[in-house]
Design a binder for this molecule. Structure first.
Ligand code: NDP
Length: 455
């Protein structure tokens, strides 16, 4: 029987849409199947609405700062329902753009639940379609199994649909989602308790960033309930109660579960085609995103490699170029920049100080200062910058920053790191003045030199 399509993509999020459009540009006949809204987590219930909420939260501080610059009678009140209505309109608009991008690329869209019904066979609401290749790009969803009672809490999905700011909220976890929403909700006026088992937020990030992030969150008025294992969440007429291993109980009017995400593989029929899953439930793939089942590939969060939108997009395009464009390409997952949108934001690329020193001697360059704009208005917030440099050949191995515009600055510098720039290249780059970013060009002497760590 002839194939209906060259490619069926299951999942119309950032990765699936990018792969499908690129495959169609190479001449493939492509069908995308989406069970919810086109645009996926990032556009509909993730990065985009989160950033719109972050912008809303930022006005509080900006209005306070304005007074320091001579503005009078500034003030006002945040009405979250107004923000929610405007956000919904914006997400509708963006979903429309995503649909239009698929249409103009010649990609067909089917709304419904897809299930693999055999090699190259995808059943969509009872009807089977055949394709030469199938791509799974179904993303992930909030995990609720870290402790008892977590299903009682909101997830990032529901927080983004709030129409009123809760008076108080327990944010459970200390990863990307937890610290971002803790900071945003505090900026909007909620009393926030960040409850986590580690000593500092953002395990895995550079220790100096973690330390300064903890301070910045506290400066924002967030209570850090750290260092004690979390046991169970419950709810009664008074609100939410989080039981901790030392017997203490944290309480608030609302609760957000931010204890990680799981790959969306349930109900896809992956077992029927013999696609292996790892212990986290992610589809096992090789460097070319090829699963263990013939004719089946997977990209993005469902593979649990580096769960970030731009990585999913890059994986999708690499798949399409390799399989339909005769331009084999692979994604390098080693050097991926990322940002955490707290107040002030932080961003990072490459190795942390401790990762680098496990590989060899390192030179650490740092700058810690009060940014001009904040200092002028009497603010106490500080900016922190760190370069991790190879002690032998001078290559910049890592860049870490916490401070206003950190994501924008690190994105630019990510090109230099990807190209293998050395500290000398930074030194001979003429600064743009007056900026915060120029500090990265003006770091003359290392603040410390570390020998290669032995462990
Ligand atoms: P993360 O994996 O970043 O963080 C999970 C948090 O939950 C950690 O603090 C972890 O603690 C904690 N946790 C897990 N299990 C338990 C437990 N049993 N008891 C107590 N605490 C627990 O997941 P997120 O949900 O924050 O984000 C999911 C993914 O989404 C991220 O990996 C990221 O890739 C992506 N994302 C990216 C953003 C960005 O780029 N700005 C923004 C939002 C999401 P511990 O560290 O101790 O294990």
């Amino acid at each position: 029987m002839p194939n209906d399509y060259d490619l069926i993509t299951i999942g119309g999020g950032s990765g699936g849409v990018a792969a499908s459009r690129r495959a169609a540009a190479h001449g493939a006949r492509v069908l995308v199947v989406e069970g919810s809204r086109v645009g996926g987590t990032c556009v509909i219930r993730g990065c985009v609405p989160k950033k719109l909420m972050m912008y809303a939260a930022g006005f509080g501080g900006a209005l306070r700062e304005a007074a320091g610059y001579g503005w009078v009678d500034v003030g006002g009140r945040f009405e979250m329902a107004r923000w929610a209505d405007a956000k919904a309109r914006e997400i509708d608009r963006l979903e429309g753009i995503y649909r239009e991008m698929l249409r103009s690329a010649g990609v067909e869209l089917a709304l419904g639940q897809a299930r693999l019904a055999g090699a190259g066979c995808v059943e969509i609401d009872g009807r089977v379609h055949r394709a030469g290749k199938v791509l799974v790009a179904t993303g992930g969803a909030p995990a609720t199994d870290a402790m008892q009672g977590l299903t009682l809490a909101m997830t990032s999905d529901e927080v983004l649909d709030l129409r009123a700011v809760p008076a108080s909220i327990l944010v459970i976890g200390a990863g990307y989602i937890a610290v971002e929403f803790a900071s945003i909700l505090a900026g909007l006026g909620a009393r926030v308790t960040l409850a986590f088992r580690g000593d500092r937020p953002l395990r895995g990030f550079d220790e100096d960033l973690r330390l300064r992030l903890a301070r910045a969150l506290e400066q924002q008025g967030i209570t850090l309930a750290a260092g004690i294992a979390l046991e169970a969440l419950s709810r009664d007429a008074d609100g939410y109660a989080l039981q901790r291993a030392d017997g203490s109980v944290l309480r608030a009017d609302a609760a957000l579960n931010a204890t990680g995400r799981r790959p969306n593989t349930a109900g896809l029929g992956l077992e029927t085609v013999g696609a292996a899953l790892d212990r986290s439930g992610a589809v096992v793939v090789d460097e070319d995103s090829r699963s263990t089942a013939a004719g089946l590939w997977a990209i993005g969060d469902v593979t649990n490699r580096v769960s970030l939108t731009p990585v999913a997009i890059a994986e999708g395009r690499a798949f399409a170029d390799t399989e339909f464009g005769a331009r084999p390409s692979r994604v390098d997952h080693r050097t991926v920049a990322s940002a955490v949108f707290v107040d002030p934001p932080l961003a990072t690329i490459g190795l942390t100080e401790s990762q680098a020193s496990r590989r060899g001697p390192v030179d650490i360059y740092e700058s810690d200062f009060r940014p001009m704009k904040t200092a002028f208005a009497g603010g106490a917030a500080r900016t922190y910058m760190k370069l991790v440099v190879d002690g032998l050949d001078g290559r910049v191995l890592g860049i870490h920053m916490l401070g206003p515009d950190a994501p924008e600055i690190v994105q630019g510098l990510a090109v230099a790191v990807t190209c293998g720039a050395t500290k000398r290249d930074f030194d001979r780059t003429i600064a743009v003045h007056p900026t915060a970013a120029e500090e990265f060009m003006l770091m003359r002497e290392p603040t410390r030199r570390l020998p290669a760590a032995t462990n």
